[in-house]
Design a protein around this ligand. Structure first.
Ligand code: MG
Length: 160
């Protein structure tokens, strides 16, 4: 049996946004058809926010809120893809790259099952990973009020 690679690092990310009728619903950089969407200072893409925090955490870097504060007026309505691109740039600067990521999206609306494959594919593209190294599951709350979306993410990173 080979011993585990000591250069591998793991990180955990979490994010939550309130859902409101009429707000655009962008998750993992994909605009989903939905009657509700996350409210946020940026585009509210909780999937990318949790993912960035997992990657940054694994790399021992500052968290997303410190790098991109929600008090910065220039970030109002910002495309969160920009946060992920900057996160990957910071990892690369440290000689690190993502190896695999796994996410759980908890919400009653929108239903994620029909979009799951597309979300995985788009995340994999952004991360430069094969689709089987990027997973994303949708879970419903079974009794929640449907007014909130929450995302948990883990990321494994390693040397470039
Ligand atoms: Mg957020």
């Amino acid at each position: 049996m080979t011993s585990p690679d000591p250069h591998l690092r793991i990180g955990l990310g979490w994010d939550a946004h309130r859902l409101e009728p009429g707000c655009p619903c962008r998750l993992a950089g994909v605009d989903l058809p939905s009657d509700v969407g996350p409210v946020g200072h940026s585009d509210g893409d909780a999937v990318l926010h949790a993912l960035c925090d997992a990657l940054l955490g694994a790399a021992g870097l500052d968290d997303l809120g410190t790098l991109f504060p929600d008090t910065d007026p220039s970030l109002a309505g910002a495309d969160s893809g920009r946060f992920l691109a900057e996160t990957l740039r910071l990892l690369a600067k440290r000689g690190l790259r993502p190896i695999s990521v796994d996410l759980v999206v908890i919400c009653d609306r929108p239903r994620l099952a029909p979009h799951r494959a597309e979300l995985r594919r788009r995340l994999a593209e952004r991360l430069g990973l094969a689709a089987d190294r990027v997973n994303l599951k949708g879970k419903t709350t079974e009794g929640g009020d449907g007014g909130r979306l929450e995302v948990q993410a883990v990321a494994l990173v390693g040397p470039i």
